[in-house]
Design a protein around this ligand. Structure first.
Ligand SMILES: Cc1ncc(COP(=O)(O)O)c(C=O)c1O
Length: 370
């Protein structure tokens, strides 16, 4: 594809010298696990996010898992979450023996519908786990209020929203914990797996540090059954190199999104994403809703040299692993969005000329103005 969904080589080209110097320094220092880059990255990230603690771990999935364990969510508990997200959100809930309760989404933001979330609360509900999907922040204040009204733990899935804010405050800092992924294609991406939990709770942070390192506070003393889930020094070095640039990367994504929206808004058959007032969207994905034949439109884009992708084709309550338990439940908005959504190439280095190829192909495939 001339225009891929994401191009990590372009970004690497810009920071290559710094990364290579950093790699050499880590190799020379030969301290690969829980060393100085990890500590520094945690401190720098806590400062950037505006929270007391940032505890890194091996992946975004682990961040969710460890946060749920540390928050005491477990067997018999229900956790309200979105059906329109990556499977990891629900996997983490199942890892701790709890049950994900899927409620429908808002058709404009693709995020959890908080009215439906409130209606789904039972005496077993222990937590609410919203996802700031595609980089669009959910109304985190309303979610916080809902959680406190009902005595629920709020844990935010920020895998796709590093740097996004709601009313000027970073996503991840509204709940008891915010969980981030540093998968390479994420807005802040490592060169391998990585994750992080942020929190203002001293107790939770301490628990997370113990859990990620085999339940150990002191070497060879083990207080609880923990996990091996640590960010490594090489990844921390990569992330430290990119962190000071994240706002520039996110602003570049926003400019690309604006160009798409300006071009697509007048067209029939396509609904561009809309940034919600109060939110600062960081466009991990630029995802439109189509009215026409999605497969034909994808084929037309491919013929013009542009990738496109469907995130996500099957909502979680219709996935094989959950299908039986959810057979009698319909979540019509999530189902409709899954049938109609299409994500277009977006990454900070996407040049306007290449983006225009995507826009022209889409305009032609959709057959003109509305
Ligand atoms: C919404 C969401 N949650 C969780 C994850 C899991 O993150 P990771 O791939 O780092 O385990 C991802 C990333 O793929 C994601 O997109």
């Amino acid at each position: 594809m001339k225009i891929p969904m994401v191009d990590l080589t372009a970004q690497y080209g810009d920071i290559r010298d710094e990364i290579e110097r950093g790699f050499r320094a880590v190799l020379d220092g030969a301290q690969f696990i829980l060393g100085p880059n990890v500590s520094a990255f945690e401190q720098e990230t806590a400062e950037y996010l505006g929270c007391r603690h940032a505890v890194s771990c091996a992946s975004g999935t682990d961040a969710l898992h460890l946060a749920l364990v540390a928050a005491g969510v477990g067997t018999g508990d229900e956790v309200i979450t979105s059906p329109f997200t990556f499977i990891a959100t629900a996997e983490a809930i199942r890892y701790v023996g709890a049950t994900p309760v899927f409620v429908d989404i808002d058709g404009e933001t693709y995020n959890l519908d908080l009215d439906q979330a409130e209606a789904a609360i039972t005496e077993r509900t222990r937590a609410i786990l919203p996802v700031h999907l595609f980089g669009q922040p959910l109304d985190a204040v309303a979610c916080q209020q809902l959680a406190s009204r009902h005595g629920l733990v709020m844990i935010e899935d920020c895998a796709q929203s590093f740097g996004a804010t709601w009313r000027g405050r970073m996503t991840g800092t509204f709940g008891l914990a915010g969980c981030f992924s540093f998968f390479p294609s994420k807005n802040l991406g490592a060169y391998g797996d990585g994750g992080l939990v942020c929190t203002d709770s001293d107790r939770l942070a301490e628990e997370l540090r113990v859990l990620r390192n085999h339940g150990s506070r002191e070497r060879y003393h083990h207080h609880v059954i923990g996990f091996n889930s640590r960010l490594d020094e090489l990844q921390a070095m990569v992330l430290r190199t990119k962190l000071p640039r994240i706002d520039t990367y996110n602003e570049a994504r926003r400019a690309i999104a604006e160009r798409y929206t300006t071009a697509l808004a007048p067209l029939a058959g396509v609904v561009p994403p809309r940034e919600r007032p109060g939110g600062h969207h960081v466009y991990h994905q630029y995802t439109v809703l189509l009215e026409g034949d999605r497969r034909a439109i994808m084929a037309a884009l491919a013929a013009a040299g542009s990738a496109s992708a469907v995130y996500y084709p099957i909502p979680l309550h219709r996935q094989d692993v959950f299908r039986d338990a959810w057979a009698s439940v319909s979540l019509p908005i999530a189902e409709s969005v899954a049938r109609r959504c299409l994500s277009l190439p977006i990454y900070p280095e996407l040049e306007p000329g290449r983006q225009q190829v995507v826009i022209d192909a889409l305009q032609e495939a959709l057959g003109g103005l509305g």
